[in-house]
Design a protein around this ligand. Structure first.
Ligand SMILES: [Fe+2]
Length: 224
């Protein structure tokens, strides 16, 4: 059986290559949108988009960088207690950055309608019809208790599409293993200024701006 000192030495030896990676990495940055803040109106207002992207997402990015800096220090010191205590901040802010980076690309002023090609066929195979998938994802998303996300994801082991919901900013792949294809943010910051407490109306409207080309590209990449 290993004593505590042995475990610490083993951990330090195991972590040292990763430490080099952490030290050399770039800071995370807020991704630009490929459309204007007002481009998704009337479905999502310019005011919501501006706050959501430039304030909320930016805060996740900033706090992720802070948490990673602290984690880097903890690694350098071999301070496992500090490393463990930083996990919630990494999960929350890392998840927030991952989720919103996907979300912006899942939306388009030219979106809506239905997917075509292999994604359309997979949706029909796994849910019966596009309408059935849409109904199931809308219901799962509206039913999120408190803040969270509804997701369409790919289960790589079976090749099946799955619908699920995650609480808070839990990232889909990191917490369920599903590869994210389409996410719907149902934190109140995503809709309250326009839809007030009527989350179902926001979820119904967002289908008009889903960028199915982006979702299809994610599906093709996820299958590889
Ligand atoms: Fe959000």
């Amino acid at each position: 059986m290993l004593c505590v000192v042995d475990v610490v030495i083993l951990c330090a030896a195991t972590l040292s290559p990763a430490l080099g990676t952490v030290i050399s990495r770039q800071k995370h940055s807020l991704p630009d949108l490929t459309y204007d803040y007002g481009a998704l109106e009337p479905h999502i207002s310019a005011e919501i988009m501006q706050l959501h992207h430039s304030k909320h997402h930016a805060t996740y990015v900033n706090n992720l960088n802070v948490a990673e800096d602290k984690y880097k220090e903890a690694l350098a010191k071999g301070d496992v207690t500090a490393q463990v205590s930083l996990q919630p901040a990494l999960r929350f802010n890392g998840g927030g950055h991952i989720n919103h980076s996907i979300f912006w690309t899942n939306l388009s002023p030219n979106g809506g309608g239905e997917p075509t090609g292999e994604l359309a066929a997979a949706i029909k195979r796994d849910f019966g019809s596009f309408q059935a998938m849409q109904d199931k994802m809308s219901a799962a998303t509206v039913a999120v208790q408190g803040s969270g996300w509804g997701w369409l994801g790919l289960e790589k082991e079976t090749g099946m599409l799955r619908i699920t919901a995650c609480p808070n900013q839990d990232p889909l792949q990191g917490t369920t293993g599903l590869v994210p294809l389409l996410g719907i943010d149902v934190w109140e910051h995503a809709y309250y200024l326009q839809y007030k407490n009527v989350r179902p109306d926001y979820v119904k409207a967002i289908w008009n701006i889903i960028n199915w080309e982006n979702v299809s590209e994610r599906f093709q990449s996820a299958k590889k």
